[in-house]
Design a protein around this ligand. Structure first.
Ligand code: NDP
Ligand code: MG
Length: 382
């Protein structure tokens, strides 16, 4: 089952699934793009879909499509519970992915996780749910897939540090980012992705969210997690071992590789992806991230170390700020400013229940909206 099927990861997951005869798609979900979703269902033979947007669900039903259409946030839950697939690939964007992550793990179903936000927001509550239900969380994110593959090849106790690589985004090397446009921020140098993660890559918030994701996925303290900028995006991550060795995972930046590994690993399937031509590549370069020009990476690490619901507050503030930037309401540099101010304003004690997370998410969004209003009052889109 693929959630977020109409998005960048969802489309690539359908491509991967079409290459293997032993994968059957039992259901697909999206937000509002019902025409594409129904076409995907017809192409894959899925007889049930869910559309989080009720109006879109009603339109899909009215179209006379002969499968089952579930509607609303509850509809995604119904789809998972009624189809009971072996694996749910969650490629929904943003904290909207948390609910389906909870349902999947509560049902004891394996979760192939692209939606990093649900692990950032849900943290220990999500990993505890997976353990309680004996349900695996398998990473789809390329860096975490690389780390997962590297770690599983080593015996326990020998992995010292995990090193996540970051492309650095389109503004790497620049220190003055006040005037950059939406179009410039959406032009990622090495990866083709949905809009929200592309902006997160430009601010380096994506790498910050990935640090928190890695902390939870691999149960590794932040002190043993590093980030290194690698502009070619050919080394997908590295581990260091107690004997001083480093192991790296290399390949073209093509998300079908980690998606296929999440669905088939440790087996591999044939993909139309060539190994790197190292002589043509020539040089791989690495540099320290610039957390003065890109404060989001520092803010995310601090929120992760602070723990409690600070990562939930960070994520909610970031989602509001990125949407405001994409709507032309704030400059690029407004994104870390808003996240910083919301983190300072919203207390973030630990969550005992998922309801606490939803409450904190709401408080953080309200605080971010207040920030946006006060900025607008103080001089429009600054
Ligand atoms: P896109 O914006 O391309 O796609 C988002 C998908 O989520 C769409 O199918 C959208 O449906 C669906 N969606 C949005 N809200 C809901 C909801 N409430 N319920 C059900 N479906 C919903 O995003 P990406 O594919 O780029 O990213 C998806 C996730 O994967 C993100 O968490 C991202 O961080 C992560 N990721 C992405 C990578 C990439 O290369 N793109 C790499 C690594 C991780 P609709 O079309 O109807 O709006
Ligand atoms: Mg990634």
């Amino acid at each position: 089952m693929i959630l977020g099927a109409t998005g960048s990861i969802g489309e690539q997951a359908l491509d991967v699934a079409s290459r293997s005869a032993d994968l059957r798609i039992t259901g697909l979900a999206a937000d509002s793009d019902w025409e594409r979703l129904v076409a995907q269902a017809d192409a894959t033979g899925a007889r049930a879909v869910a559309l989080a947007d009720e109006t879109a669900a009603a339109a899909a039903r009215a179209s006379g499509w002969d499968g089952t259409v579930h509607g609303g946030e509850e509809g995604v839950r119904e789809l998972i519970v009624s189809a009971r697939p072996e694996v749910v690939l969650n490629a929904i964007v943003g904290s909207a992915g948390l609910g389906p992550t909870i349902v999947t793990l509560s049902e004891g179903i394996e979760l192939a996780l692209a939606n990093k936000e649900s692990l950032v927001v849900g943290g220990e509550l999500v990993t505890a749910l997976a353990e309680a239900g004996d349900a695996r969380i398998v990473p789809v994110d390329s860096e975490h897939s690389a780390l997962h593959q590297l770690i599983r090849s080593e015996p326990p106790g020998v992995v010292d540090r995990l090193v996540l690589t970051a492309s650095g985004g389109p503004f790497r090397g620049r220190s003055e980012l006040g005037g950059v446009s939406r179009e410039q921020a959406l032009a990622h140098p090495t990866w083709e992705m949905g809009g929200k993660i592309t902006i997160d890559s430009a601010t380096l918030m994506n790498k910050g969210l990935e640090l928190i994701e890695a902390h939870h996925l691999f149960a590794v303290p932040y002190g043993r997690l590093d980030v290194i900028v690698h502009p070619q995006s050919l080394v997908h991550s590295l581990i260091t071992l107690v004997d001083g060795s480093m192991l790296a995972h290399l390949g073209h930046p093509d998300m079908r590789v980690p998606i296929a590994y999440a669905l088939h690993g440790p087996d591999r399937i044939d993909l139309p992806v060539e190994p790197l031509d190292l002589a043509a590549v020539g040089a791989l370069t690495f540099e320290e991230p610039d957390t003065d020009a890109f404060p989001c990476l520092r803010l995310a690490r601090e929120a992760g170390v602070a723990g409690g619901t600070a990562p939930c507050v960070l994520n909610a503030a970031n989602e509001v700020a990125v949407a405001a930037f994409l709507a032309g309401e704030i400059p690029f540099t407004g994104i870390p400013e808003i996240v910083d101010r919301v983190l300072a304003a919203v207390p973030a004690p630990p969550a005992a229940h998922f309801a606490d997370l939803y409450e904190r998410d709401r408080e953080a969004r309200e605080a971010a909206e207040r920030e946006l209003r006060s900025r607008a009052a103080a001089g429009g889109a600054r």
